[in-house]
Design a protein around this ligand. Sequence first.
Ligand code: AP5
Length: 226
Amino acid sequence: MDAANPRVGKDAVRVIFLGPPGAGKGTQAARLAAHLKVPKIGTGEMLRTAIAKNTPLGQQVHPFMETGNLVPDHLLVALVRERIAEPDCDRGFVCDGFPRTLAQAQGLEEMSGDPRAWVVFDFEVPRPELMLRLSGRRWCPSCQATFHLKNDPPKAPGVCDACGTGLVQREDDHESVVALRLRQYDERTFPLIEYYRTRARMIPVDGYRPMDVVFRELLQAVGVPA
Ligand code: AP5
């Protein structure tokens, strides 16, 4: 068992997805978590759920998210701390979009222990491709499944394959907001690549390839058969 969090076993899976907006983190994190049978902790999704339910947290974070700013660290660290204390995280978890700042990385270590055995996937995708992915992304406001008009279209146009809800564009996928999100990534998240290079098992991933090719590489990296 882990001294920092006795609920999380020593050999538990811990995977972090780093990368700019639109790099494919959420898409691949969902597939990997399902394959490894551990939960995906997607902080963007958790925050959007809080906004949809109009909870006090949702009301607090909405102004940050709709403008493309990062939500304050203390809120994120508290949210993740609570989530990984749940029993389904006993065998580990896959983090999508957390940590995103040095303060969050340190918070995660305090709650989850030494990162030396963690796998950190660092997704790299050219900027023009990121813009195409974000402008073409469509999202289910009910179950949060993600599609793309060209790269990953739903079976019926405009309708979620999983739950039948009408798909929409995320409010932070509009061009003016995307520009600020990319700046936030460059200034606040990019330094984590250097941070994890010496602290964890850091694996650069060329995310500018078909989804299935990327996924096979992730499975190989974590040593799990397809
Ligand atoms: P969040 O929801 O985490 O957004 P993000 O990190 O900006 O990432 P995205 O969801 O935009 O992209 P992705 O890399 O997951 O790509 P996806 O797989 O969807 O965060 C949103 C906001 O919440 C933040 O701006 C902030 O305000 C707040 N927040 C969240 N976490 C926070 C934190 N820790 N600290 C502070 N604030 C926080 O793919 C994109 C599109 O491309 C899809 O349409 C997909 O179908 C397509 N696609 C995926 N892979 C491929 C491929 N290989 N080839 C072609 N198309 C592909």
